[in-house]
Design a protein around this ligand. Sequence first.
Ligand code: MN
Length: 159
Amino acid sequence: MMKQKIKYILPFVAVLFVACNNNKKIEDTKKQGGLVFPQGEKITNSNFTGTAYLQSLISADSLNSISVGNVTFEPGARSKWHSHPAGQILLVIDGVGYYQEKGKAKQILRIGDAIKCPPNTPHWHGASSDSAFVQVAITGREKGETVWLEAVSDEEYSR
Ligand code: MN
């Protein structure tokens, strides 16, 4: 008799558990302004100019040699010049920003844009001067880590 009852109650408990977990996810999303991924922690290393935040989403491992991170740039913030030995893909999920490869014109990036940075190609990315910018960076790690170069000067940034 008791066993029978548990059999009927269990599915309801399971549904309730899933529903509660979903609510928690919605709450977490609201906390960071309605964007898909959390803003993460302020970047304190010297590879960026201005204020930027990083939330690591996926670390590279033996199954997937790519890392995925959500980077939020405050207006005017940008990376230093750098290159990725195995290239990088950027998915723009909010705001207006810039992407520039050495020797080429600066491109304006807007929400919904997806771009490919070729391997070993010096470039930088960041926010425009009057809008924040949020990107998901998908970076190949199988050929080594990011090579950091010089800062993007104000002259280069505003060119
Ligand atoms: Mn890059």
